[in-house]
Design a protein around this ligand. Sequence first.
Ligand code: GUN
Length: 309
Amino acid sequence: MAKLIDGHAIAEKVYVDLRHEIADLKSKGVTPGLAVILVGDNPASRTYVRSKDKMCRELGLHSMKFELPATTTQVELLARVQELNHDPAIHGILVQSPPPKQIDEAAIVRALDPRKDVDGFHPENIAKLALGDPTGLVPCTPLGVQRLLIESKIEIDGAHVVVLGRSMIVGKPLALLLMQKNKNANATVTVAHSRSRDLEKITRSADILIAAIGRANFVRAQHVCDGAVVIDVGINRVKDAVSERGYRLVGDVAFDEVATKASAITPVPGGVGPMTIAMLMSNTVKACRQFGRGGSPEPTANANPARID
Ligand code: GUN
């Protein structure tokens, strides 16, 4: 039976370190600030935004939460982003995804000051991730997955990691992160997706299988080799008449059957989810450290030249 990787316990370790860093910044007169914007009334997004705001408050960060109507226009949202770009009390800005249809999400991301892009979705941050430039902000879920593996003493260096899913939020940045040339990465990464041929053959060759495809219970026992580490990024709502809420959360992995073959596995909920929020807090503190204290008006793109290898 697989060892359970406890995302809450590992997130708590992250918060112990962050609390020290936040206290240090505050002693220098700076409080890291995060602004979270939700457009519309997607119930799952609303829950995520509230947890992010709550965690900021628990850590003593400055937090601003905007819940804008579903009819918000592109121009209105851009104006809000510009205002926050220029607000010296705000070091991180996050626009919850997915926004309503009338919003051009890519244009909103490009409008963010990349130094405040704590989601790590701005093209400048994606480029820095690809280049291995440590001044970039890295997307929170990939960062959380890497940290879970490191804290669980699972060797990434030299391992074959199969990432199932190619989203801009998880699959693509996770592949870039784990293939980087450093001791907490150095993986051989395969990205598989809905169009991959012989999917089971690919996933069975994984030492570490990371499921991020957004399909409930998609990964079954036959997808996993004995002893593999399985990380489940999925958070899917499935109808459940017995539950008070009328639904329950399940991952992309059929937990019970996969746990009999894997050596370690994350649960849903309580695995990757708490780490995503912890990494958002960590990115906000990093953004504050790099650009806080009034900040330099010039982007820091060349402050730390990228290594190309
Ligand atoms: N929606 C689901 N995950 C994320 C995330 O990491 N960031 C944002 N902005 N929206 C999301």
